[in-house]
Design a protein around this ligand. Structure first.
Ligand SMILES: *Cc1c(COP(=O)(O)O)cnc(C)c1O
Length: 620
């Protein structure tokens, strides 16, 4: 080592840097050979100069022996992963270079066989459903709690009991062994998209006898191990390490989402169970099966460096982010109090009411009966709100999901924010989510607050829609001319109020659709040419090929292989409402996965893909 400073660098990054410095003569891939190949054209040269020499010097082939093997977990990569495991509290950690989407699939292929039962929340990420399809697993669904404000609820503790899970298995139309006492894998999203976190240690204990393996999808929550605020509330929490009874636990974390890695950089952490053990060779194979044989070394190095950052500075980093989030919440609330004295509207942070919030976990619990949650919380639920995920509610909805005469649909605020260069993470009908990642500065926070105040002023002035959204005015001539922001908000709010949209949202899971075939069968229908598109109004009774996922609320309402329910069911009428909304408010269309939209006679029409009817005329 030439330089003392480099001794502080983590193992893989240090080795990569040292190798890049040598500028070896590469007779291997990648074909740009340290970027030299790019020098012959203007675009290539520009590309090289833009990203810089070091990136090309460190984009290497796996045939460089000094750098060990990422795929075989040997040499510096193995050292890096081993260190990360210690830092994040795992027994085994793999760096996964295709995101948590892939980490989740690795878990399925390591722990689940075709036909196995898996217990998954309906609020799971789509990669979980992809894993189920690829793996031919049979899903048994957990239902998220309905929320009056349109948040995606967590799963209630009553669904983790032996009785509840056995009943679900017994009632599953797809389970071959209806008397099964356990599922193979249970998957929970921790935190939920809106920042609700489970008491992971209690969940592990509750599920120990009901599942062979447990996966916490912690895509948005890789920092939990580094601040005492989150104690007991994450998968790798050390509290249960010595406890007698727990299943083997996985945690999949997008290091790139709320920590500081390059995009696609994720970590998969694992700890063996008290009784049950996983054959780790299976995990290695499953990882190989989903990995490229040409891993991107800079991406791997960014994970190595993130582990080092968290080791040296994790607490300070997260503590600072928590402080920034708290101050923002406080500032929004203070402004709200001032406006309220004048009888004016403002945004409300979705958080416990009353006293000034401190960084005390007790203050952030979702307590039974607490109106602010908009959810039905039971005494057994031990849920907490993560202060880093800040949801702002716009006016329009009461705590029982009924709607007030005055309201401001969040999608108009979002469009305004976009026009001002601000991008929220997620937008509901009446809420916006902002993530307070470690990179968020006090200045950025102050600016966001200023822009929110600006929106309020523009609203009060009924400022012209065409001024703020010129693209919209040009795309739909006549529709938004002579309208102000306030006019637009009120017309849209009236529409949503008449449709009783929030109650409909909250009732989406009251009667889950019936499973007709396993998700992989629905998918194979597609590859076997046994599917067709039908209009949404003709879909009831037919079997969906895709996951139907409207944003908002951002959770699938129909899973692949499930039957579309009747036209007057909450799900179908909600989907129909979205179609009507799109037609009334062009340019504000709801985003959809699993729905094809076409134009007919100036109207948007929704189409969905379904399995062909079988010969007997019955839907498959
Ligand atoms: C984003 C996300 C994923 C996928 O993570 P990527 O790193 O983007 O592949 C998985 N699960 C949840 C809950 C997510 O939010």
């Amino acid at each position: 080592m030439k330089n003392d400073e480099e001794l502080h660098l983590p193992p893989f990054y240090r080795a990569l840097k040292a190798y890049a410095r040598k500028k070896a003569a590469l007779w291997s891939t990648p074909g740009h050979t340290s970027g030299r190949g790019l020098q012959t054209t203007a675009a290539g040269k520009d590309f090289y100069d833009f990203f810089g020499r070091n990136l090309f010097l460190s984009d290497l082939s796996s045939s460089v022996e000094e750098l060990g093997s990422i795929l075989e977990h040997q040499g510096p990569p193995a050292e890096a992963e081993k260190r990360a495991a210690e830092i994040f509290g795992a027994e085994v950690t793999f760096f996964v270079l295709n995101g948590t989407s892939t980490a989740n699939k690795v878990v399925f292929f390591a722990a689940v066989a075709p036909g196995d039962l898996v217990l998954v929340g309906r609020n799971c990420h789509k990669s979980i459903m992809h894993a189920i399809i690829m793996n031919e697993a049979i899903p048994v669904y957990l239902t998220p709690k309905p929320c009056a404000y349109g948040m995606i609820g967590p799963v209630g503790a009553e669904q983790f009991t032996k009785a509840s899970i056995r009943a679900k298995i017994a009632q599953s139309p797809l389970a071959t062994n209806k008397k099964a006492a356990k599922v193979q894998l249970a998957v929970l999203t921790n935190s939920t998209y809106d920042g609700v976190i489970y008491h992971a240690d209690k969940v592990k204990a509750a599920l120990a006898d009901q599942t062979h393996f447990l996966l916490f999808d912690e895509a948005w929550y890789a920092y939990a191990a580094f601040h005492p605020f989150y104690e007991h509330r994450y998968a790798m929490s050390p509290a249960t390490r010595k406890r007698a009874h727990m299943p083997p636990v996985f945690a999949s974390q997008s290091t790139h989402k709320l920590l500081l890695a390059f995009s696609q950089g994720s970590m998969l952490h694992f700890r063996q169970g008290s009784a049950e053990k996983l054959d780790l060779q299976g995990l290695v194979e499953a990882n190989l099966m989903h990995a490229s044989t040409s891993p991107f070394y800079p991406l791997f190095a960014s994970l190595d460096v993130n582990a080092q950052i968290m080791k040296e500075n994790g607490y300070e980093l997260i503590n600072k982010a928590l402080g920034t989030a708290l101050r923002f919440r406080q500032a929004v609330r203070r402004a709200g109090q001032r406006y309220a004295q004048r009888g004016e509207w403002w945004f409300t942070p979705w958080q416990p009411e009353g006293k000034r919030l401190e960084l005390d976990p007790k203050d952030w619990k979702l307590k039974p009966g607490a109106a602010w949650t908009g959810m039905d919380i039971s005494p057994e639920d031990d849920l907490m709100l993560d202060p880093l995920k800040v949801t702002l509610l716009t006016p329009g909805v009461r705590e029982d999901a009924s709607m007030t005469p005055f309201g401001i649909p969040a999608c108009v605020v979002k469009k305004y924010l976009q026009a001002r260069g601000v991008v929220p993470e997620k937008t509901g009908f009446y809420n916006l989510l902002f993530l307070f990642a470690p990179g968020v500065s006090t200045e950025r926070t102050a600016e966001l607050l200023r822009i929110l105040h600006d929106f309020k002023l523009e609203y009060a002035d009924n400022s012209a829609v065409t001024r703020w959204f010129p693209g919209l005015a040009a795309a739909y001539p006549g529709r938004y001319e002579h309208m102000g922001l306030a006019d637009l908000c009120q017309e849209m709010h009236r529409f949503l109020q008449e449709a009783d949209v929030m109650r409909r949202c909250a009732s989406l899971y009251a009667t889950p659709p019936v499973q007709a075939v396993p998700p992989h069968k629905a998918y194979y229908g597609l590859t076997e040419g046994k599917t067709e598109y039908v209009r949404l109004c003709d879909a009831p009774g037919r079997v969906s090929v895709f996951m139907i996922l409207p944003y908002p609320p951002g959770v699938p309402v129909i899973m692949p292989g499930e039957r579309f329910p009747a036209a007057d069911s909450p799900i179908l009428s909600f989907l129909q409402l979205n179609e009507d909304f799109d037609n009334r408010f062009p340019g504000f269309e709801t985003e959809f996965h699993g729905v094809k939209k076409t134009w007919e006679n100036g109207r948007v029409v929704y189409w969905v893909s379904v399995l062909n009817k079988t010969k007997k005329g019955k839907a498959a």
